[in-house]
Design a protein around this ligand. Structure first.
Ligand code: GEK
Ligand code: PPY
Length: 242
């Protein structure tokens, strides 16, 4: 096994931990597209899934919405005036910019942009809940309770779309896929130094689980229909239906 390049530049304890601050907000659309393989495809897929699952007189929750890319894609394709989107994030900088972006559009479907911790958010009458690369930033001890509460808030036939960075079950294969992800970042213009520093900054901030762990949480919450609908390297999206 060749020496991993990303251990040369950065000692985790020397790098400031990653946070969703104003500096990240300014570069976020570019950053996430260049860092997450398949991000644009996933956003488009969420909009198409919404066309099948959004029910009349219901609510859609976009949890950890950032700038609201998923909410905007849904409003552009479903746009029902009898439904509403509640887009939630606990980053003041993200919420301020998300509010500006969303209010610049004129859709029939209203959106409420809310600064809150999703672990404390009351939810109800949901036909669709989106966790698009958000659960991975919550402490692992909080994840099952959130998935349980999402299940309880969903209407019968409603769905949860969960997109996550994942750890592959087999360590050697996981290492290969991590390298392929880093190659993806390099192809998108990041240097070895930038990749290593981001990896160190995300250490103990972004905590990926295995696919099997996500499936276990779905089943524990009460979902009996769930599977993946997209994967590119160690980035996957799952759908669970109540
Ligand atoms: N406890 C919390 N409560 C609320 N928000 C939180 C919490 N923890 C983290 N966040 C928020 O979750 C988001 C994760 S980014 C989501 C991308 C978006 N979904 C997208 O489809 O573009 C993913 C990424 O950057 O890789 C950030 O905006 C955090 O502030
Ligand atoms: O997992 C990674 O290496 C990332 O860079 C994902 C990511 C993308 C955007 C903000 C934070 C983390």
């Amino acid at each position: 096994m060749t020496e991993r390049k990303d251990t040369i530049f950065a000692e985790p304890q020397d790098i400031k931990k990653f946070e969703f601050d104003q500096k990240v907000v300014e570069v976020f659309p570019d950053m996430i597209k260049r860092s997450v393989p398949g991000y644009t495809t996933i956003i488009q897929g969420i909009a198409e899934i919404a066309q099948r699952f959004v029910q009349p007189n219901s609510t859609i929750y976009d949890l950890g919405c950032s700038l609201g890319a998923a909410s905007l894609a849904i409003r552009q394709t479903v746009d029902r005036s009898d439904c509403r989107i509640i887009a939630v994030d606990n980053s003041p900088a993200m919420i301020e910019r998300c509010q500006m972006i969303q209010s610049s559009y004129n859709f029939a479907m209203p959106i409420e942009v809310m600064e809150a911790d999703i672990n404390e958010l009351e939810m109800s009458s949901a036909s669709m809940v989106i966790l698009n690369f958000t659960l991975q930033f919550l402490p692992r001890g909080h994840r099952q309770q959130l998935v349980n509460r999402i299940y309880d808030a969903l209407l019968p036939g409603g769905c949860l779309v969960l997109s996550e960075k994942i750890t592959l079950q087999h360590k050697d294969l996981d290492e290969h896929i991590i390298d392929l992800h880093h190659d993806f970042k390099k192809q998108n213009g990041y240097s070895d130094m930038e990749i290593a520093q981001k990896r160190a900054a995300l250490e103990n901030v972004l905590l990926p689980d295995t696919r099997e762990k996500h499936y276990q949480r779905f089943a524990n919450a009460g979902f009996n229909q769930f599977d993946s609908w997209f994967q590119h390297y160690n980035f996957a999206s799952f759908i669970a239906v109540k």
